[in-house]
Ligand binder design. Structure first.
Ligand SMILES: *[C@@H]1O[C@H](CO)[C@@H](O)[C@H](O)[C@H]1NC(C)=O
Ligand SMILES: *[C@@H]1O[C@H](CO)[C@@H](O)[C@H](O)[C@H]1NC(C)=O
Length: 250
């Protein structure tokens, strides 16, 4: 339910989003503000989410699965980098997770649900109750400052990379309390240099050792507690593309 001022703001943002034309961002085709609850119409993306692809078992066991995952990671990173640095005004996603990365019939990544976070009102009294995002992916700094930045997306994207590498969910509820968070498990292991052991066996078998080391180093940088220390999405995209090339030229 929206006030008139909110509706105007919403319409403005939808207008901005509808101008975005990037092959790895789900295209917003239109919206209808006349209904009580606004409706958005997006292009249809047929092949489910990255979450289903990694955890659903469908397709993941083929021999080139990790190559596909790496390409999907590059494509998603490029989409986010584009929204952060080429869109005007810049757009922060605010809820980056594997369930928001859709795959089309050629398994091309299409980042969806863009801009949801920007719909939150900016006055501080209401902002605290409006924390969006998803447990397991949320930038810890955002919880303290209530300020969503492009580096919040970088943190969440680090969790996505970690899911790709470990094939574990960001939160798994079957573990003991301290083993529930993928990030905590990974960062604890990283402190004593044992993080490679958490990686999926097939991933470890498929990937070149130096690529594996560089990609886990990148993940650790994305997950730094301080947003300022994290790389930009642009740098993440460039590094991933470089690693993908390195991996392909065995
Ligand atoms: C998804 O993509 C895979 C690989 O291209 C294909 O085998 C599968 O049939 C697709 N599924 C759907 C629902 O399109
Ligand atoms: C964050 O990054 C800084 C600079 O690279 C590093 O000194 C620090 O140890 C990192 N913190 C964590 C928790 O990784």
């Amino acid at each position: 339910m929206m006030e008139e001022a909110q509706t105007k703001e919403f319409a403005r943002e939808m207008f901005i989003l509808s101008q975005i034309n990037h092959r790895n961002v789900v295209k917003l085709l239109g919206c209808c503000l006349e209904a009580e609850v606004p409706m958005l119409v997006y292009e249809f993306v047929s092949n489910g989410t990255l979450d289903q692809y990694i955890h659903g078992g469908k397709g993941i066991n083929s021999d080139r699965a990790f190559g596909t995952c790496l390409r999907v990671a590059v494509e998603s990173a490029e989409a986010l980098a584009y929204m952060h640095s080429s869109a005007s005004p810049p757009i922060i996603h605010g809820d980056v997770k594997t369930a928001n990365i859709l795959l089309d019939d050629k398994l091309t990544a299409k980042v969806s649900d863009f801009g949801a976070s920007k719909l939150a009102p900016t006055d501080e009294a209401t902002i605290a109750t409006l924390v969006q995002g998803t447990c397991g992916y949320l930038d810890p700094e955002y919880l303290i400052t209530c300020l969503l930045t492009d580096k919040s997306d970088v943190y969440s994207f680090g969790v996505v990379l970690l899911e790709l590498l470990t094939r574990k969910k960001a939160l798994y509820l079957d573990g003991s309390a301290k083993d529930r968070s993928l990030v905590l498990c990974f960062m604890t292991a990283a402190k004593v240099g044992q993080h490679q052991e958490l990686l999926d066996r097939q991933v470890r078998d498929e990937m070149r050792i130096e690529v594996l080391e560089e990609i886990t180093h990148l993940v650790i940088r994305c997950l730094n507690m301080s947003g300022e220390e994290r790389p930009t999405m642009k740098e993440v995209a460039e590094r991933l593309e470089m690693l993908r090339r390195k991996q392909m030229h065995i």
